[in-house]
Write a protein that binds this ligand. Sequence first.
Ligand SMILES: C[S@@+](CC[C@H](N)C(=O)[O-])C[C@H]1O[C@@H](n2cnc3c(N)ncnc32)[C@H](O)[C@@H]1O
Length: 242
Amino acid sequence: MEVDERWLPESGAPRSIRSFVVRRARMNQSHKNALREHGDRYIVSLTDIAGSPLKQFPDTCGPRAGGRLLLEIGFGMGHATADLAAARPTDAYIGVEVYPPGVARLIGDLEEREIDNVRIVRTDAVDVIASWSDEWPVDGIHVFFPDPWPKKRHHKRRLIQPSFLESVHRILRENGYLYLVTDWEDYARHMKEVTAGFGGFVIEDADPDGYSRPRDWRPTTAFERKGLSRGHAIRELFLRKR
Ligand SMILES: C[S@@+](CC[C@H](N)C(=O)[O-])C[C@H]1O[C@@H](n2cnc3c(N)ncnc32)[C@H](O)[C@@H]1O
């Protein structure tokens, strides 16, 4: 297969345990075209985003324009990303994903729908958060259906860990939110336990089981559909920074 550097994720800091494996990319022709023709407009590097995230956006969006600065981690094929960004054009929306066909599909979608308030970083979200400047606090962070790593020996790969909550808490503005959603019951329980242990967040709008009631503005994602077709229940934690 022809190799284009842009198809590959940007490598972050060396780390022995990651929450993803880099899957061999199967790019169809429209993915390849989207990357080649429009990649430069939407893809930003880790260095660009760490220094000054808002500089990567038009002046018509983000906190300077009365909108919010939002981060989505692991957007997959990016359907929810594009829908949310289109619904609130004054928000500045940064999507983080390491799966090249997902990056390419989202770029094609943004281009077709003329959505200009999304920028994409193709590297480990752990590195994005670690290098984030305190100067640009984030209003909200979305983690929709993170890889569940169901086998016990893989639990250490799960993204939601105490260290993750700590670093996310640092980059959120006061009263900002972290929105976690999963269809894996034991991962949901783990998320709730880790949240309780950390203590820097309040679970908003909790039901009797201690999970948040769904936000009506969240679009259904591709992995959510898969989970629902397997009969999985969806559990959400909408966490507000104390
Ligand atoms: C199960 S999929 C869910 C995708 C999408 N949010 C959805 O609901 O359809 C999880 C995605 O997170 C990405 N991912 C996992 N760990 C990541 C990390 N540390 N940084 C960036 N992306 C990550 C994977 O590549 C994968 O596409």
